[in-house]
Design a protein around this ligand. Sequence first.
Ligand code: ADP
Length: 586
Amino acid sequence: MRSSVFFKLLAGFLVVIVVATVVLDISIRRAWEASLREEIQTELTEKTRMFAARVRASRGQDMEQLAREAATAGNVRATIIQSDGKVLGDSEADPERMENHATRPEFISALQHNEIGASTRWSHTIGIPFLYVAAPIPGGAVRMAYPLASIQELTGKVRRTLLGASAIALAIAAILAGILAQLVARRLRRIEEFAARIAAGDLTARIAESSRDEIAQVAEALDHTARRLEESFVALEASRKELESVLNGMQEAVIAVGNDRKVRWANGPMRELVKGEVRLGADLVESVRDPNVLGAVRRAIESGQSTTSVATSLIAGRTYQVTAAPMSPRGAVVVLHDLTAIERVEKTRRDFIANVSHELRTPLTSVQGYAETLIDSLPPAMPQARDFLDVILKNARRMTRLTEDLLVLARVESGEQRFATEPVRVATLLTEAVAAMREAAKGSGSDVTVEPAPEAEVLADSQGIQQVLTNLIDNALKYAPGKIVVGAREVADGIEFYVRDFGEGIASEHLPRLFERFYRVDKARSRESGGTGLGLAIVKHIVLAHEGTMRVDSSVGHGSTFYFSLPRADKTAASSVAESPSFTKI
Ligand code: ADP
């Protein structure tokens, strides 16, 4: 490439120099020839005029003598011609032998216009080009001829000198062009070396041209670009280090993987977590074997959305919340948050609630029993005592329900209550739940109808889902008695069940918190109707344990619809045991 640029430049220079020399040579030669011819013609004209004057002045002198004298003086050929064309005298030939000159153009022109006539042509006698000039004299004309061969000779000489000078100029120009081409090629080579260093990642490379021509301007622009690139790179590197130290300083373990599930980066806590086994560029599964972590990464990459999960097999006895978020342009970043301590506190809390509920059961049963016995054995004359006992009995019953609900919730929440799921017909679940609530419906004067359900099976623990449906129907009977519709329909991810009422509805501000423990829209009404505030929390946890989702749709004055979805049985062939609730739901 180097020599190619050099030779191209050199060849270009040489072509230009050769063309310039040739053009110069031709034009100078032409100009020179023209001016020489003009000069000769002027001189010859002058000599012819003088020759004519001399002939006119001669009185009966020998014409040949006159011609010879004029020829010797002017160093030309001289001829005297009679008006009929007959040659009277000539400096070089015998006039008697010479042909008639009446047709010579210079002669005709001199006679016709009585003025100087000139013509250039080949001489028949000698066979070389001649310049003829004729001047009129009384009774004819005189003519002088000059051989133009001398012009050619002179021109040839000039041309040779010119060519010699051109050759020397060409040689000097070629040497200069070579030096110049070499200089340009060397500068281009420096730019090429600069580009190679930049491409190899050396952003400190500079061309540093000192001149101010176009190549220097290009070099300056490239240096500027390299400088900017280096600055951006330094800034980028600084922010990368900053980010890295922030991520390393986090308590959470962070690992980034590409679309190919190969590890791109991991922070310090992550390396500690897997005992330093994180191998950059290797498959994630080589570092992390927990199926929930791998599943979350897969889902994040495939769906392009953040997913969360819980990992319990990373380190024995420790629980991690896994958050996998898609990373641009492709891949995912996983954050592992240690939940062990929170889980421990949660477990202590659940155990405490379960223990308290359990311990309260026996005394509450006995309070309830004694109150009932006392009511039965009270004499009718003590109405006030009966009222007190009724209040005691009512509250004892409420407390019993509360302890029972708390026990159920604690068991479902902790995963202690395992749900054995199996394929169950949708219609069976609906009709059995409605049948179980028939008496209660009658009591509240409501009409519970089952809408035609899809002929499908869901993966469910019948008892668990019965509890969900009856809790929802019970709520509808308590808070929106009247027409109640129960049904199910097919949706994208399974079967969605619904319990719809046409009561007062729930204001939108309550909806996000409705499934929390002890959250009640109207506390007094809930208490009055025997509610504990735990029904919907239990419902939610049972549905989550079935890998289902839960939602509510309600507007004041138009009633409410509670929905929950369950996976279809034909999606997963074998029956399975539902695990503890997943964090991906609700
Ligand atoms: P509770 O034992 O009080 O019924 P839940 O958890 O079952 O507790 O319900 C929480 C609250 O949600 C209830 O107190 C009630 O205010 C409201 N609620 C539940 N279902 C309905 C419904 N179908 N219509 C109107 N409000 C409802």
